[in-house]
Design a protein around this ligand. Structure first.
Ligand SMILES: NC(=O)c1ccc[n+]([C@@H]2O[C@H](COP(=O)([O-])OP(=O)(O)OC[C@H]3O[C@@H](n4cnc5c(N)ncnc54)[C@H](O)[C@@H]3O)[C@@H](O)[C@H]2O)c1
Length: 366
């Protein structure tokens, strides 16, 4: 048993980075976990820290994550800062024997993500990557059907994430030294994870990107607004086509904008759309049109979750199952799904895409 799990009845959790995603996903998710207790908060911005403290009633607040790590009542941390500091915080948390849920992309490059994975494995702490869209009921059901052989061997994986963020400022997300990559890490990283889950590892890829706006709301942007990957999978040479844009005019923003994912195989095809989180479309070999299937009740939430699957907006509430998975893995001393291994696998693809764009050629994936 790791030192972070001393026969615990209640798991003390700290959040590092109390901005948008901490408030939207992690706080409500933790609130649904009877075994979890939020004990500490950290943010370098005093206003953000104060807002999170008043919202949660948590008194232990820190500007420096190293001080938060010293608390004995802290068993686990959630890292929700800009990407540049994920690895440093994760390695400090692991060294202090804490379990870690880290936002995606977990690191700035594959090397950093492997260091995080290896350190966490060595320290025997639980480690998780926040690939939140795995928890969409339709995506969980799609992965189940693909694993069960419904589509046979995959021919094609296809994903399309289209949003219209116009020219508004994106804060740290438009700054290379803070984010590493733009649309690639921000949006496509989740879809690279879909690809791994549904079609297995990729062998090689060629990628391209584009920045349409060098200035967003008066602030310089040095990162891409659009990215695409054409890939070949290890399995039977299946093909992948992935595209993601922040400037797809007319598509709007968020969960209601286009997030399309399709797998076509020797026996059938499946189509996922985030905006329809409780249905899939499917066709069998020989058919000429798709029919809609409902996601069965048992896939509407993580098994055992106390969440009422039918309460709230289904485009929001699936996100809370992520914290439940993290806490359950700690309680049951089993690996988290997805772990840093899946985070690092996506990071290898991202590194290959960056190299392909720079060198304008196909690149083998590490
Ligand atoms: N899984 C998802 O669906 C999803 C969605 C949105 C964002 N994210 C990821 O979550 C992370 C945070 O994104 P966000 O939208 O919440 O950003 P944000 O800017 O709203 O919040 C980040 C917070 O981190 C704080 N911070 C910066 N450096 C810090 C440090 N050294 N120590 C402590 N706090 C620090 C900032 O002050 C800010 O309040 C990013 O990695 C992003 O890619 C994931």
């Amino acid at each position: 048993m790791s030192k972070a799990t001393p026969n615990m009845k209640q798991i003390g959790v700290g959040i590092i980075g109390c901005g948008g995603i901490a408030l939207q996903n992690h706080l409500p998710g933790l609130a649904l976990c009877p075994e979890a207790k939020l004990v500490a908060l950290c943010d370098t911005d005093p206003k953000v820290l104060e807002r999170a403290a008043s919202q949660t009633g948590v008194k232990a607040t820190f500007a420096d994550y190293r001080q938060l790590m010293e608390r004995d009542d802290l068993n686990a941390v959630i890292i929700a800062t800009p990407n540049v500091i994920h690895a440093s915080i994760a390695l400090a948390a692991i060294a202090a024997g804490k379990h870690v849920l880290c936002e995606k992309p977990i690191a700035m490059n594959h090397k950093e993500s492997l260091a995080m994975l290896n350190a966490a494995e060595k320290a025997d702490v639980r480690h998780m990557t926040a690939f939140t869209y795995r928890f969409v009921p339709a995506m969980r059901y799609m992965a189940h059907l693909v694993k069960g052989g419904l589509i046979g061997e995959p021919y094609h994986f296809r994903s399309c994430r289209l949003q219209d963020w116009g020219t508004r400022a994106l804060g740290w997300r438009q700054v290379a030294k803070m984010a590493g990559t733009g649309e690639l890490g921000d949006m496509l990283s989740h879809r690279i994870d879909y690809a791994h889950m549904l079609a297995g590892p990729m062998r090689r890829l060629v990628a391209d990107d584009r920045r349409f706006h060098d200035v967003r709301d008066g602030q310089v942007s040095d990162l891409e607004d659009w990215v695409t990957i054409l890939s070949e999978f290890v399995s039977h040479g299946a093909t992948g086509v992935l595209e993601s844009s922040k400037v797809a005019t007319g598509h709007g923003e968020g969960a209601r904008s286009e997030d399309y994912c399709e797998v076509d195989g020797t026996e059938g095809s499946l189509v996922f759309q985030l905006a329809r989180p409780w249905t899939l479309k499917t066709a069998k070999k020989g058919e000429t049109s798709f029919r809609t299937v409902e996601v069965p009740e048992e896939f509407l939430k993580s098994p055992g979750s106390p969440r009422d699957a039918r309460a709230g907006d289904p485009l929001i509430t699936f996100r809370y199952d992520q914290a439940f998975e993290f806490i359950q893995a700690i309680v049951n001393q089993r690996p988290c799904v997805p772990s840093f291994a899946e985070g690092a696998q996506a990071q290898a693809v991202m590194d290959a895409a960056v190299q392909s764009i720079r060198e304008k050629r196909w690149v083998e994936i590490a």
